[in-house]
Design a protein around this ligand. Sequence first.
Ligand SMILES: Cc1cc2nc3c(=O)[nH]c(=O)nc-3n(C[C@H](O)[C@H](O)[C@H](O)COP(=O)(O)OP(=O)(O)OC[C@H]3O[C@@H](n4cnc5c(N)ncnc54)[C@H](O)[C@@H]3O)c2cc1C
Length: 392
Amino acid sequence: MSGFDVIVVGAGIHGAGVAQAAAAAGHRVLVLEQQHPAYGTSSRSSKLIHGGLRYLETGQFRLVRESLHERALMLKNAPELVQLKPFYIPLYQQTRRQPWQIRVGLSLYAVLGGFRTGCRFGTVSRREWSQLDGLNTDGLHSVFCYHDAQTDDALLTQAVLRSAQKLGATICMPAQLQHAELHAAGVEAIYLENGHERTASGKVLINATGPWVNETLKRVTPAQPIHPIELVQGTHLILPGQLTHGIYYVESPRDGRAIFVMPWYGQTMIGTTETRYRGDPAGVRPLQTEINYLMQTLKHYFPAHRHDTRHSIVRSFAGLRVLPAGAGHAFRRPRETVFAVDQTDRPRLLSIFGGKLTGWRATAEKVMQHVQSSLPTYKLLADTRHIRLLPE
Ligand SMILES: Cc1cc2nc3c(=O)[nH]c(=O)nc-3n(C[C@H](O)[C@H](O)[C@H](O)COP(=O)(O)OP(=O)(O)OC[C@H]3O[C@@H](n4cnc5c(N)ncnc54)[C@H](O)[C@@H]3O)c2cc1C
């Protein structure tokens, strides 16, 4: 394969986003994906396009503002893939967060969202509680309602990748990067496609391999520093029985962590958990302890829901968050995306650590700014803020 400007490794939401932004800027783009689009975390998220109300508690205001801005763009550019949904926060006598805290949080959320569509919030009157999908009303004293968006993460990733392809990006799949060699003029990537070893040259290589990010770095010469990260798995369960009203944002009765219970293709999805993971990212699976934890939460808030035995679980899946290694609980760790480059002046390699599904476009634009000095300037083909994303 001949020369490219940008070689992207990984076709999760970040790889797809960078491919779109690079192709929109007129660059020759190659994407290498070892399996299929959204094979990794990008098909195993909570599927929310949101500012992240709970990030306000840890003071991540910049992240929340940016995410709400991106949410507004996706509601406009991908209306078939990203939709606003009502979110309910039930507060009980024993709930850790107080009504005034929720009110302050939702007000701040509306301010950071620029009072755009979906920023209104309020409370559900007591006489309407019986319509909330069988929500437990024992000890319930108020229910807040606000709006955030839901998507199908795998379909969103595919749509972004297709938009990159339409702008001229070449997608190679399944194609696994074996080795990358940095040299004065750029990078040479050696990859396996259908059992055949192939080579492609580029000016920059973007390591968008999610939980495999350090594995990919180990394949680069000269050797690159390996960044201290933790992989934290999050499990979701899909159960029979449909929620008709919206998404419920509840506290685990065990440890107070935020859990979402949401409608999902005519069934109910509940998640997520946070469990430290060590091992091959491809091997991540839901643990029995996580299943018990989520089932306990579901039974607590929806006692009448069809969840009599664990055999009622239709499907379960686990995904991996990439978090900076550090002390304290993963739940309170920053969720900002971090970039690492081989050199600040004219980088040839950029690795993406962490991030959110919601912020994919903003992240991709920042990636392009970081590697701008290594790339030629072409006529802009499209502005990513206005690219329409279509389901197949
Ligand atoms: C449980 C959980 C819930 C979440 N919920 C939300 C949410 O509701 N909203 C939100 O905004 N964010 C959420 N996130 C965060 C979001 O899902 C991730 O930030 C995002 O999906 C990461 O995408 P990625 O492209 O970086 O990685 P991935 O999607 O993992 O993609 C990496 C890709 O690289 C490929 N790859 C790896 N090695 C190679 C190689 N050598 N050669 C070729 N290809 C390779 C893999 O096959 C994979 O497809 C959640 C995360 C988790 C774990």
